[in-house]
Design a protein around this ligand. Sequence first.
Ligand SMILES: Cc1ncc(COP(=O)(O)O)c(C=O)c1O
Length: 370
Amino acid sequence: MPVPLLDLKRQYGPLREQIREAIDRVCDSQYFILGPEVDAFEREAAAALEVAHAVGVSSGTDALLASLMALGVGRGDEVVVPTFTFFATAGVVERLGARPVFVDITLRDYCMNPVAVAAAVGPRTKAVIPVHLFGQAADMAAFVDAAGAVPIVEDCAQSWGADFQGRVTGGLGLLGAFSFFPSKNLGGFGDGGLITTGSGELARVLRELRMHGQSGPYEHPRVGGNFRLHALQAAVLRIKLPHTAAWIEGRRRNADRYHVLFAEAGLDGVVELPEALPGRGHTFNQFVVRAPRRDELKARLASQGIGCSVYYPLPLHQQPCFAHLGHREGDFPVAERASREVLALPVFPELEEAELATVVDVIADFYRSR
Ligand SMILES: Cc1ncc(COP(=O)(O)O)c(C=O)c1O
């Protein structure tokens, strides 16, 4: 039985009518950029995320970029980032002429090692960006300690709905950057993003930045960009938002089932499953295991029609575009090891029990047949 890594059609089916009505509403209004749908979505998102301000933007990447712009990050500045994350976390730093200061991770949560963060923060540090990777909140208490007075921008692209000790991600730092890329826990019908903050002043600046830095008609106190959220995306996201808690429950249920099925198949100690750490509200945006002979296993799964993917095959300090930073293999050994061993398995909420069992059967067969 083939099992896809993600099948968004199963999510769309039950919501089809409502979503099409919402799209029609926008088409009838002919109001496509910002406007009442975006305002309403921002209010609803702010309430769901328990933050004072939410600013809709064009993507998660632009949410990070505009956040750093609002903090005045530029040439000569440093921003502390994990080396094991999606490219955008560090790419936005480089685009502003600042230096991404890479930090190694821990294998327990794939997030930055707080001890390494404390060592990386220096006089030029303008921000620290913890990434709540794979949908689990990073150890924010440790990062707040490590960052001291330096502002924290949370990369919440994968962590919609995750909480740290009862407080939702996005409200734990000075700013939070969300992505609505279709595969996220809350995904749009295209690109979209959101910035959260408790600061009214930063929210005001961000609203200017997303409109080319415009404070009033043809007045530009600072240079911004076109980082606006589209009304069609906001309308779709408004339909989906109330379902996110149930979808996350479905992901957690599937993660629990995997733990049982892997144990029953005798795979304990062979494949390392992700740990839902206490107080970290794991939402399983991805279910990432560490597996011996990962590439062979991946090929076996693919040959049986089982979707799987490697997030991330190369740590960012080894990317050619960051060669000028002078890093070499071995600088961040934990991230490098993770890149060799990680594999994401299907975990989306609509998966059937038989599909989960098939994934585990194929993996058990692989290790039995060596
Ligand atoms: C950790 C992380 N940061 C940033 C982004 C960028 O978001 P977007 O694709 O919406 O630009 C992503 C998206 O995949 C991500 O996973």
